[in-house]
Ligand binder design. Structure first.
Ligand code: MV4
Length: 498
């Protein structure tokens, strides 16, 4: 087993990985940028090293610097978390060439799934249903029009090098084809440095269903059932659940089998997720594979009892999966709400500032994964997700009342968050009866903005009292925590907390 793991990430996921290291008795190493000097992951890791200026390009995305540091401090392995370098096949290659283990899939698997048309060909040849469409990039307008007519309008143009919704375009009819085609190619070139695009049939009002898989380095594959992730805004997930209320036993059997086949097709190891669109007839189609740990992994952990991050580490260190598919059962239901620092009433503008009050909640079935605490800075440099509130219940109804209760108790001050908006979402008929799809927020929530959705009670008085108390304490001390106290944060931690 590894002795020391460098965590090439920040925020809640860095903290989540630190917890896994701690339970496995592995030394956790944080890296941090200028903006993250007061960040929680820096305080919680066993060691922490300054890596560079706030812009991610100069810190969390600096491949050479991260690998050099890992070598210098004797880290056996690097956990990339999600985002940043997690799906960068070049980085994986560099890490392994440096003699360090990457906690994730092979560079080749990531590359195979990153190019969407070759991924579609691979899926097709391994009995994974793909969205009807082309499996090679479109060569010119004429060829594209011909394919689109065969597929049947409306169609979607997608970037072959894309993913996550970037460089996507819906085309309603042949008259719009030419202009959409050249725009899509332009966008793809700008975003990915590659202007290949391909066509898919447009699937009307589908759900986003994804399947968590795990595989070891000896060819053993299991799945951990599905997650329902249809509630998104601009390709950012907001609420996730496991299992999906819309997946029946027979569909579950088919979609999880397809997901395991997808993983086998690219000789995958470690944790991965296969994304599908599922239509009203419960036909499902492969969208893409996420070759990393995902934000929403906790809902799967809650219903299966499996610690996905610990298994990632064990798999990376060449342990065999001892967990058998037949041992896995869905137990109850879990829901996750993502807490973003954003002003829902002001067009979801990111909210920045110092966290001056953070009061967690607990109670039956509640878990909060968070990356902030008192004095941490919420800046414009990184993703605005601060925390995730996760609730488990014996059934969906219990998970819903528990997460409502937890959200009403959870307090963050210093930045504006989207927390109150969940009160509205979780009460909607289409959410409660499960008939929502990927258009839920766009169709039902946005028309109400601004202001009219607010119907939850808040804990203003209690929050204000807590904040005033904290400010008074700081005043009494005649101080605040200043940045230069924390340059050598090992030292600093000792001074502050011993
Ligand atoms: C689609 C689609 C409809 N038809 N493909 C968006 C993210 C990217 N991974 C794929 N996406 C979509 N692909 C076809 N052929 C609709 C979407 C889509 C979507 C998918 C999942 C969750 C939310 C979404 C929001 C808008 C569009």
């Amino acid at each position: 087993m590894f002795k020391k793991i460098l965590i090439a990430n920040r925020g809640e996921i860095a903290n989540r990985i630190i917890k896994a290291c701690s339970e496995l008795d592995i030394i956790s190493v944080a890296i941090y940028s200028e903006a993250d000097k007061n960040a929680l992951h820096v305080r919680r890791a066993d060691e922490a090293y300054f890596i560079g200026p706030s812009p991610a390009n100069e810190s969390y995305l600096n491949k050479e610097k991260i690998i050099d540091l890992a070598k210098k401090i004797g880290a056996d392995a690097i956990h990339p978390g999600y985002g940043f370098l997690s799906e960068n096949s070049e980085f994986i290659r560099m890490v392994e060439e440096a003699g360090i283990t990457f906690i994730g899939p092979s560079s080749q698997s990531v590359k195979m799934m990153g190019e969407k048309t070759s991924a579609r060909r691979l899926m097709k040849s391994h009995n994974v249903p793909i969205v009807p469409g082309t499996t090679e990039p479109i060569k010119n307008v004429e060829e594209g029009k011909k394919s689109a007519a065969e597929i049947g309008y409306p169609v979607m143009l997608k970037a072959a090098a894309g993913g996550g919704g970037k460089g996507m375009r819906k085309i309603l009819n042949e008259d719009d084809f030419e202009s959409s085609y050249s725009q899509a190619k332009n966008e793809a070139l700008k975003a990915f440095g590659n202007d290949d695009v391909y066509l898919e049939k447009f699937i009307e009002n589908p759900k986003h269903i994804e399947v968590q898989i795990l595989a070891d380095k000896f060819g053993n594959y299991i799945h951990l059932f599905e997650r329902e992730c249809s509630i998104q805004r601009r390709h950012q997930k907001v609420i996730e659940e496991a299992p999906s209320i819309s997946v029946d036993d027979s569909t579950r059997k088919k979609i999880t089998t397809a997901a395991v086949n997808a993983a086998k097709a690219c000789s995958y190891y470690n944790a991965g997720t296969i994304e599908f669109l599922m239509d009203k007839k419960k036909d499902f189609y492969f969208l893409e594979m996420n070759t990393r740990l995902q934000v929403e992994h906790p809902v799967t952990e809650m219903i299966t009892g499996v610690d996905i991050v610990k298994l990632q580490i064990k798999i990376a260190s060449c342990e065999r999966l001892t967990l058998k598919q037949e041992d896995l059962k869905i137990h109850g239901h879990a829901i996750e709400c993502r807490i973003y620092a954003e002003d829902v009433d002001n067009n979801f503008a990111p909210s920045t500032g110092k966290i001056i009050h953070h009061k967690l909640t607990s109670g039956p079935g509640i878990r909060i994964d968070y990356g902030i605490d008192l004095m941490s800075q919420v800046s414009i440099y990184y993703d605005s997700m601060l925390a995730k509130v996760i609730a488990w219940g014996i059934d969906r109804d219990e998970a819903i009342v528990r997460i409502m209760r937890a959200l009403s108790e959870y307090q963050i001050s210093g930045v504006i968050t989207n927390t109150p908006s969940f009160t509205w979402m979780l009460k909607q008929k289409t959410f409660l009866d499960g008939t929502f799809d990927i258009n839920f927020l766009e169709n039902e929530f946005f028309p109400l903005l601004p202001g009219k959705w607010k119907d939850g009670s808040t804990n203003d008085a209690e929050e204000i009292a807590a904040v005033l108390g904290a400010l008074l304490k700081l005043q009494e001390r005649g101080t605040t925590l200043s940045n230069n106290q924390i340059t050598n944060n090992n030292q600093w931690r000792k001074q502050q907390y011993d």
